[in-house]
Design a protein around this ligand. Structure first.
Ligand SMILES: Cc1ncc(COP(=O)(O)O)c(C=O)c1O
Length: 311
């Protein structure tokens, strides 16, 4: 049984460098450059089945745009066009006969030269898909999760660049989530280098107090696509959303706290550093966001129809 935040991976086919190959054939050499130096970029998307039976990848175009932007930040030239990668994502879901799944494109440098300075290795691209349920557990989505402020600090934006979703960045997340789970919590809350709240190990964070929603700016967190969707939903509901820094104690006295991410979707937080949030149950703003977001990704919200990329 995998921990919350982890999933067994199985599918029939994986898209690798332009071909759909058998699951077991999607292998790389041990001298794959990015394996040694964490120099790669990736995405995580989800595909959902709507009430009409059709499956759509949620905000696929924005995710693939971010993949190309991440590669641009790291100076990696992806040897495919954006439209080709988009189509390949849809093909990967279709060939595996998934109605709903998680999709993981990754871009990395293959073998050939070794060393930090190597830059002539082939740029390789893979897209895998597999079924993945609630990232922080079904109970977490219903009742809320427990967070612990991490002893690991989110990296400074001049050390690693947070607008890139880069593989190596996730050492920070892995250390934080392992520490949190070992301590009996569900997820870590990471602070930035100045001690302000940044984000979770794989989610953005929102606090609600007196009807105003605040989320940290994306200077020290990933510019999440779920975060963007939730901000649009909140504003469309007439709820003000601020993007500003805040210290951890604002989280302690918030009426509601929730996290957002492709994997975690919208997950309420019921406790932070052993302090109960609000009355310890998901509040009305969190419930409303969960409801509208859930309807949007299944095609039940006409105004968010443009977020769906039908496969
Ligand atoms: C560190 C981190 N923050 C935030 C997010 C949420 O981003 P998104 O909503 O685009 O999945 C993720 C997930 O990709 C993440 O890994």
């Amino acid at each position: 049984m995998a921990e919350t935040g982890a999933s067994k991976v199985q599918s029939d086919r994986i898209w690798l460098d332009g071909q759909l190959v058998a699951f077991g054939e999607a292998r790389v050499h041990v001298l794959t450059h990015s394996l040694h130096y964490g120099y790669g970029v990736f995405e995580g998307m989800r595909c959902y089945q709507g009430d009409d039976g059709r499956s759509a990848i949620f905000r696929a175009r924005e995710h693939i745009r971010r993949l190309f932007e991440s590669a641009h930040i790291l100076e990696i030239a992806i040897p495919f066009a954006l439209e080709e990668i988009l189509k390949a994502c849809a093909d990967t879901v279709r060939v595996n006969n998934f109605k709903e799944c998680y999709i993981r494109p990754i871009v990395f440098l293959g073998e050939g030269e070794m060393g930090v300075a190597a830059r002539h290795n082939k740029v390789r691209v893979s897209i895998a898909a597999w079924p993945w349920g609630a990232y922080l557990g079904e109970e977490g989505v219903q009742r809320g999760v427990r967070l612990k402020t991490s002893s690991f600090i989110r990296f400074h934006h001049n050390s690693l660049m947070p607008h890139a979703k880069a593989t190596g960045h996730y050492i920070n997340s892995v250390l934080a989530v392992h520490e949190a789970q070992r301590g009996g919590y569900d997820e870590a809350m990471l602070l930035d280098v100045d001690g302000f709240v940044a984000e979770g190990s794989g989610e953005n964070l929102f606090v609600v107090r007196d009807g105003v929603v605040t989320t940290p700016p994306s200077t020290s967190s990933l510019m999440g696509i779920t975060r963007d969707s939730v901000m649009a939903i909140l504003r469309d509901q007439g709820i003000a959303v601020l993007e500003q820094r805040f210290p951890r104690d604002l989280v302690y006295i918030a009426d509601e706290v929730f996290m957002t991410g492709t994997a975690a979707e919208v997950t309420p937080v019921r406790e932070v550093d052993d302090r109960r949030v609000g009355d310890g149950t998901p509040g009305p703003v969190t419930r409303k966001v969960q409801e509208v977001f859930g309807a949007a990704l299944r095609g039940r919200e006409p105004r968010y129809q443009q977020w769906l990329y039908y496969i």
